[in-house]
Design a protein around this ligand. Structure first.
Ligand code: COA
Length: 252
């Protein structure tokens, strides 16, 4: 486990913190491996009853590291990013997310696989896949329209513009907006309530709520096939290079 993802267990709650604040917690291959391991290890540990996920510093997660997309693109069906997505989508334990600031790309789509999502009032969320020459991942193309309805999902996924914490709640992808200073305490309060529930009934209930995992898993794979093609495109390469060079992309 690197120190780019930290974990701690207290009172049956595993807190996973993405810890790369200088890069807004953008996720590298190493961090995906750490996150997957944290989820899988928790599932084997009878002392862990709930997972709480949050970010260090002023951001929740800026999505995939765009430098990694250029230099180390996820070419295989078993790339670390996909292993993480499958692990969180298939997680047996309840997951509470405390979105403490900016959430972009996978920083938002991972929330679709969490059970309780609290967002700091000043957080901004965005799903800019199209603007990067990419397509949605983590079954967002299936789950987001289900939660938010097609028009809102189209707005979020096809325009890719930033939206507020309140808009996330209105769209049904988060439970509540919190004052930033109350965020972690609010998430922890829910995690503690869950940790006190009868474990067996709670895990069965989550499994029943997430019963259509097969269609989610199939969509994760279908999106990933197109995503890989898009990663190779001139548009995507131009978008990542433009980000690196701190300029606006020029698409053909
Ligand atoms: N990949 C790699 N580095 C990233 C990153 C990412 N996804 N997101 C942020 N960073 C880095 C920046 O390059 C910058 O590094 P530097 O200090 O070495 O120049 C640092 O994090 C701070 O980011 P900055 O852009 O200066 O902060 P900001 O508050 O102005 O904006 C974001 C924050 C997240 C809105 C902006 O950085 C952004 O749009 N990032 C890209 C997000 C993205 O497209 N993710 C992929 C989705 S599929």
């Amino acid at each position: 486990m690197s120190d780019l993802v930290t974990t701690s267990v207290k009172d049956g709650i595993l807190t996973i913190r993405m810890n790369r604040p200088d890069k807004k917690n953008a996720l590298t291959v190493e961090m995906y491996d750490d996150l997957t391991k944290a989820i899988k290890d928790a599932e084997k540990d009878k002392n862990v009853r709930v997972i709480l996920i949050t970010g260090a510093g002023d951001s929740f997660c800026a999505g995939n590291d765009l430098k990694d997309f250029l230099e180390n693109p996820p070419k295989s069906k078993n790339a670390p990013v996909l292993k993480f997505v499958r692990a969180i989508a298939d997680a047996k334990l309840p997951i509470v997310a405390a979105v403490n600031g900016t959430a972009v790309g996978l920083g938002v789509t991972m929330l679709l696989h969490c059970d309780f999502i609290y967002v700091a009032k000043d957080a901004t969320l965005s799903l800019p896949f199209v603007n990067l020459g990419l397509v949605p991942e983590a079954a967002a193309s299936l789950l987001l329209p289900r939660l938010a309805g097609h028009p809102r999902a189209a707005e979020m996924l096809m325009l890719g513009e930033p939206f507020s914490a309140k808009a996330a709640v209105d769209a049904g992808i988060a439970n509540a907006v919190c004052e930033p200073e109350d965020l972690e305490a609010t998430a922890l309060k829910t995690a503690k309530k869950l940790a006190a529930k009868p474990r067996n009934a709670l895990l069965h209930t989550k499994a029943l709520l997430r019963r259509d995992f097969e269609s989610v898993a199939a969509r994760i794979d279908a999106e990933a096939d197109i995503f890989r093609e898009c990663l190779d495109s001139d548009d995507a390469k131009e978008a990542f290079t433009a980000f690196k060079e701190k300029r606006k992309p020029k698409f053909q």
